[in-house]
Design a protein around this ligand. Structure first.
Ligand SMILES: Nc1ncnc2c1ncn2[C@@H]1O[C@H](COP(=O)(O)OP(=O)(O)OP(=O)(O)O)[C@@H](O)[C@H]1O
Ligand SMILES: [Mg+2]
Length: 259
């Protein structure tokens, strides 16, 4: 709670955890994770399957409550806030397995998200459609994401790569200060991956981005800082140069070869 002292104020991280622990019965999925993610960072979270990456994201967004420890967003303790309350304070995420309203269209979905960001969370599609500003913003975002030609197609009939792009567009439409991407290209066929990678690379600079990803080429080209999680704990953290030269990290990744 008092993790932020006087000196912490000058450079308040966008997102910070202190002594975060999550137990599932006997399993320690998150083991004493203390992490600071600076404003505007491109921060990658890597680690073997089951290392606790998704669990950490769930603790950050409030989907899970920690067994111990705290989460702070822009210096404010949000540990007791619900996912919805945290979202209102600027945290957005995408899921490892996508979660969209399959019966809606991309234009409807992104417009709703843009309208909600303007404090009109109560509007449903018929209301949102009249919000010209939100519709225009949605249209511009969809164009940037290469989704204009499918903006009126039902989400359920979009190729999976487009659905994942849409998920990021929905998150960005909510004007987050922090965006958490959990394997945004997971399950996407090889020939559609490049579109997602290009979008991830071109996200607005003012948004702090945390990316979970197994593809090390992508991680190294995207990130300015990398945290390596192993068995729920921070194994090491550093710059791309430090992490890519770390023999232990190389052994874990080259040795396992799972992706
Ligand atoms: N709700 C849950 N109940 C019980 N155990 C869980 C739950 N969620 C995750 N776990 C366990 O916690 C550990 C960490 O899982 P997590 O999904 O966070 O790993 P991950 O690093 O995201 O893995 P992957 O790379 O496969 O996505 C695993 O052993 C997993 O089985
Ligand atoms: Mg995961």
């Amino acid at each position: 709670m008092s993790a932020l002292g006087e000196t912490g104020r000058a450079t308040t991280p966008a997102l910070q955890t202190t002594g975060l622990v999550k137990r599932f019965g006997g399993l320690v999925a998150t083991n004493d994770v203390t992490l600071a993610i600076e404003k505007g960072a491109r921060h990658a979270l890597i680690g073997p399957n089951g290392a606790g990456k998704t669990t950490l994201i769930n603790l950050l967004t409030g989907v899970l409550k920690p067994t111990h420890g705290t989460v702070a967003l822009a210096g404010k303790d949000v540990t007791r806030l619900t996912p919805h309350q945290r979202a209102r304070r600027g945290i957005a995420r995408t899921f490892q397995i996508n979660q969209l309203f399959l019966d809606m269209t991309p234009l409807e979905t992104v417009t709703l998200s843009a309208a909600a960001a303007k404090g009109r969370a109560g509007v449903w599609w018929h209301g949102a459609a009249r919000e010209t500003e939100s519709v225009e913003r949605a249209g511009a975002l969809l164009e940037r994401f290469g989704l204009t030609d499918v903006m009126s197609t039902r989400v359920s009939s979009l190729p999976y790569g487009k659905q994942r792009l849409l998920e990021i567009a929905v998150a960005i439409a909510s004007e987050p200060s922090v965006l958490l991407l959990d394997e945004p290209a997971a399950g996407v066929p090889e020939d559609e991956r490049h579109e997602i990678l290009a979008i991830v690379e071109s996200l607005p600079k003012e948004v702090t981005v945390v990316l979970i990803e197994h593809d090390m080429d992508l991680v190294f080209s995207f990130a300015d800082r990398i945290t390596v999680l192993v068995s729920g704990a921070v194994f090491t953290e550093g710059t791309v140069a430090e992490i890519s030269a770390n023999p232990e990290v190389r052994r874990v990744y080259l040795g396992e070869g799972d992706a």
